[in-house]
Ligand binder design. Structure first.
Ligand code: ZN
Length: 186
């Protein structure tokens, strides 16, 4: 639960720390605005992927299910700066599937927290394994990190790619290859 009073206090201190005048017109409402913003951006801290992944349907055949180009925005826990991009998820059902939109909802639950991309990718894969019990799952994230492109090395548009596979996707290289081919198709 975001303590808005504490966040407001911290933003005031931050503004003072960087030499700003908290009383000037443009900054007057900034502490409360930032506090409300963090409450929204970090709402995934109280959410569970279970509520999205527990309603399943019986699958007739266990073919690959792929949802690609799920847009996400998250906040890097090292710099409190945004990172954002796309996530692709595939799984091989074991008699059960979820509604397609539930995969995007699962991404939202974990993206709306302080994150690192590696952990975000693994948490999505593990949540699908734990709740849906598929034969295998693979999750790929491609993201631009503002802490890299706005500062430091300033590599404009550079992408960080993370890939996590579980179950059959971990065991069978041919499945990973199939996934990568499907993801790269326009
Ligand atoms: Zn960072």
């Amino acid at each position: 639960m975001v303590n808005k009073e504490k966040v407001e206090e911290a933003v005031r201190l931050l503004l003072e720390g960087i030499g700003e005048d908290c009383g000037r017109e443009g900054l007057k409402e900034t502490p409360s605005r930032v506090a409300r913003m963090y409450e929204e951006l970090l709402c995934g801290m109280e959410a569970s992927p279970k509520e999205h992944l527990s309603k399943t349907f019986t699958a007739e055949d266990n073919q690959i299910v792929l949802e690609k180009d799920i847009v996400f925005h998250s906040i890097c826990e090292h710099h409190l700066m945004p990172f954002f991009g796309k996530i692709h998820i595939a799984y091989i059902p074991d008699g059960k599937v979820v509604g397609i939109s539930k995969l995007a909802r699962t991404v939202e639950v974990f993206a709306a927290r302080l994150q690192i991309q590696e952990k975000l990718t693994a948490q999505i894969a593990d949540a699908i394994m734990e709740n849906l019990h598929p034969k295998g799952v693979i999750v790929m994230a491609q993201a631009e990190h503002m802490c890299m492109t706005m500062r430091g090395v300033k590599k404009q548009g550079s992408q960080t790619v993370t890939l996590v596979s579980r179950g059959s996707f971990e065991q069978e290289e041919s499945l990973r290859t199939l996934f990568l081919n499907l993801v790269s198709q326009k």
